[in-house]
Design a binder for this molecule. Sequence first.
Ligand SMILES: Nc1ncnc2c1ncn2[C@@H]1O[C@H](COP(=O)(O)OP(=O)(O)OP(=O)(O)O)[C@@H](O)[C@H]1O
Length: 344
Amino acid sequence: MIEVSRGGKTFGSTPVLIDVDLHVEPGAIAVVLGRSGSGKTTLLRAIAGFERLDTGRIVLAGTVVDDDERHLDARHRRVGYVPQDGALFPHLPVEANIAFGLRPGRQRRARVAQLLELTGLDDLGRRYPHELSGGQRQRVALARALAPEPAVILLDEPFSSLDAELRAELRADVAQLLRDAGTTAVVVTHDRDEAMAIADTVTVLANGRMVAAGTPRELYENPPDPIAARFLGVANLLPAHRLNGSMRSVLGPCGDGARTPIRGVHLLRPEQLSICTDRQPDAVPGTVESVVFGGATSTVTVGLDTAPEQTVTVVAPETGVAHLLPGSRIWVRATAPGVLLPSR
Ligand SMILES: Nc1ncnc2c1ncn2[C@@H]1O[C@H](COP(=O)(O)OP(=O)(O)OP(=O)(O)O)[C@@H](O)[C@H]1O
């Protein structure tokens, strides 16, 4: 449904998008994840038709909308765009905001009613934007973008202004809404939890370049390199070396040495490590540096004796680590093999 190939864009002398590829299947939710300034909004605006790429091509539903020769106007792309702040019309009530892109008539009223219901705003149609909460305003912005039944919807940091609880609630609702409507969506965010929660596929942008793409699980469990590994979650990255034909780090084996380069990095996620208070086979001694209480689990940072320059992060059930303090002597053990990544 959306195909961006080798997309490039420069503002002044600053390249903002460099050879970016994005492929989104019909009905899928694709998340573009990246830090502030990585080029996410520019990519979204190029797909919407508000920016023209300098190089590369964009195809929407089989039609070339942007390349060296063509640039289809935003109005003719059948794309709904929800900017970061929602951009509601302050002088229009909710109903009129939602109806904005629709032709007048009975069908318009029916469509507005349908969207109010779909977005859980049934009772708020006559309110003005300033009489709504942030979450309600985001729902209206989404309803307005969905109203003309666009083939594609683009959402720029849709939940960034909301508190943590509302954020989690609204993103689940929005993901469900998009799936029910069968709309293809691209959601831009800098929040990896958000990306993991709603994405069918994640594309990671860093400094205008695409550094990884895949399903959230693929990228979390098997990222292409250490940079991508850090983007998708906390990553323990330990130097790995070849020993007796296999690759290993201080925390255990991580790959077949015959088929890999001499140097590599062993990726272990925090939940793939456990803490024991007495010596166990394969466990490595260390000293607790910090314990951060997180409710059901706690996050423990440990300096390993064998690699003093390196700390590892362990997420453990709170009951198992409640007694630990900075300075406690413990052992760390890998409970899963993790993966071997190329070192950079
Ligand atoms: N119209 C413009 N003219 C000049 N520079 C621009 C323009 N639009 C964006 N930029 C620059 O391009 C870079 C990427 O901006 P962009 O808004 O795409 O990033 P982003 O990843 O969406 O960031 P954020 O998460 O902060 O919104 C930034 O350095 C920004 O200053």
